[in-house]
Structures are given as C-alpha cells and as structure tokens.
Write a protein that binds this ligand. Structure first.
Ligand code: WAQ
Ligand code: MG
Length: 268
C-alpha cells in the first residue's frame, strides 16, 4: 500500500445514542470516497437517520504497521438463535471461557449491555474466568480501530466470500475486526452479534477455532447486539490492551480458509 496511511473513523448518533460506526485505513487518495460512503451509511442507517456524524482522520505513523493473516472462516448452520447461542457457548467453553463468563456476556448482550439497556458503542471486556466486566466505561466500551485489508487481500476476500454467498459488509468488517482482536495479547476469545434488527448472524472467534459464524444468534427484529472480548484470567494489563485495540495499526495482507457452511451437530 502507498504511504502514508490514514485512519478514518465514523461515528453516527441520534438523540445522543450511538447508531453506527466504521473504521478503515486508507491512502490519501481514497479518503474522500471513503468519507462519502461513511456519510451515506450514517444517513441511511435502518435504525434511524443520524443527527450527528463525526468523521476523524489521522495519519498513521509509518513503520508502525504490522502485516498479518486473517483467521479462517467457518459457518455452522443452526435452526434458531437458541441453538446458535448454545453452540456458541460450547465453542467459547472449549476456548477456555468459563460458563459464568459466557452467561455474563450473553445476558448483557441480550438485555442491552449499556447502563440504559441499549447496545454499547464498543465492546465489553470480560474476565474469562470470573466473568467480571472490566471496561472502564460501560456505555462506550472499547472501540477497535486502525485495522483493514490490503487491496489485494480485499479482492481475494470478496471473491472467496462471493463464492459462498457471503460477500456483505457485515461479514467483511467483522472478520477484519475479529482478526485484530485475535492478535491482541491477553485476549482469549470474542463473542459478537449484530445490533442491526435485520441481521441475526453472529460469531465466536478464538485463536484455535478462527472465526466461527452462526446464522442465528438473536431473534429477527432485535436491536440489541454487542461484542464481548474475553480476557485471560488474572493480571490484566488493561491500559496496554485498550491502547492496542484502539491504536495499533494492523493490515491483513492474506486471507484465511473460507469454508462452506456445514450443519451444527448437537453434541451430547
Ligand atoms: N469495536 C468494538 N466494538 C464494536 C465495534 C468496534 N469497532 N463496532 C461495533 N462494535 C460493537 C457494538 O457494541 C455494536 O453494538 C456491536 O458490536 C455490533 O456491531 O459473519 O454487524 O456493526 O455474518 O452491528 C457479525 C456477523 C455481524 C457477521 C456484526 O456488528 C457474519 C455486526 P455491528
Ligand atoms: Mg450495527
């Protein structure tokens, strides 16, 4: 990619509540069209038209950028969100997250993880064993940014996802976000489902399992969604961890395996 690179971030809100956000890394020449796309997205959001749109652009210091590969993607077909959540819990458990921590995350996401019962702007940080919530601000959470695909990886990903019928912005952006989360020292797994009422899919990500999606992790029409990052138990280096998630620039220059959907086999 040409230098220098810029971080471009969008945050849209209505009545003081978060509506949507986006974060990309881009060359100077791409900034304008990207900003235009972000404005359009903020104005056209299905949960309401934005009243406030903030776009910030910051140069990323050269030499700081790490190049890594995206995680493998897998889809398990489940019949409904109850089965999806049970399957997701099983995978999180295998990744070393305790039942208590899984319950905390799922209960918070299902009832609106922010103090006002809405979705948070960013992610919860949850101790993988005690289930304690550790993010300093429970309305804002931690917002991951400064990650993107190289041009070539973007094309490869689009082609690969098209052949699976999965080439949409939710999947592309979530895969990139989860990819950065999985490189973060001290994070063992992530759980996510969307806050868009028409998008019921979600995923579990961990180093071993990669990005594992389920078509149903919440009921259709549900506006509450969220993200939980599970932190290895014990000594949390919170300032370093949050700093990494927000500021460390990361480019994905290789895609992972993109697997065909397969039925979830209920484990006895
Ligand atoms: N950093 C941290 N948390 C975020 C970020 C971010 N950059 N962006 C969103 N969140 C949190 C926030 O709490 C949102 O309410 C929640 O995640 C959901 O965000 O494979 O669309 O953008 O089919 O609605 C996952 C499945 C879709 C994709 C996720 O998330 C697939 C999605 P949304
Ligand atoms: Mg959303």
């Amino acid at each position: 990619m040409n230098r220098p690179l810029y971080s471009i971030r969008m945050q849209a809100s209505r009545n003081g509540h978060h509506l949507s956000g986006a974060e990309r890394l881009s060359t100077a020449i791409e900034l304008e069209p990207l900003a235009a796309d972000m404005v359009q997205r903020a104005l056209g959001h299905m949960r309401g038209r934005a009243e406030t749109i903030q776009i910030s652009i910051e140069e990323v210091a050269e030499g700081q950028i790490d190049y890594v590969a995206l995680p493998d993607l897998r889809t398990y077909l489940v019949d409904n969100y109850g089965q999806g959540r049970q399957a997701a819990a099983g995978l999180l458990c295998q990744a070393g997250v305790s039942p208590l921590a899984i319950d905390t995350a799922m209960a918070a996401m299902a009832s609106g993880a922010a103090p006002d019962g809405r979705s948070m702007r960013g992610a919860m940080l949850i101790d993988a064993v005690s289930g304690r919530r550790l993010e300093p601000d429970q309305a804002r959470g931690v917002r991951v940014s400064r990650m993107d695909l190289t041009e070539q990886a973007r094309q490869e990903l689009a082609l690969g996802l098209q052949s699976l019928g999965l080439d949409n912005a939710h999947v592309r952006e979530a895969l990139v976000l989860a990819g950065k989360v999985l490189t973060t020292p001290g994070i063992v797994a992530e759980l996510c489902w969307s806050d868009d009422p028409d998008y019921t899919a979600g995923y579990v990500a961990s180093a071993h399992q990669g990005y594992v999606r389920f078509p149903h992790l919440k009921p259709l029409g549900e506006e509450r969604g969220g993200r939980a990052f599970f932190l290895a138990a014990g000594q949390h280096k919170l300032p370093e961890l949050i700093n990494y998630l927000q500021y460390r620039p990361l480019l994905f220059d290789r895609i992972g395996q993109l697997n065909r959907p397969q039925p979830w086999v209920v484990q006895s």
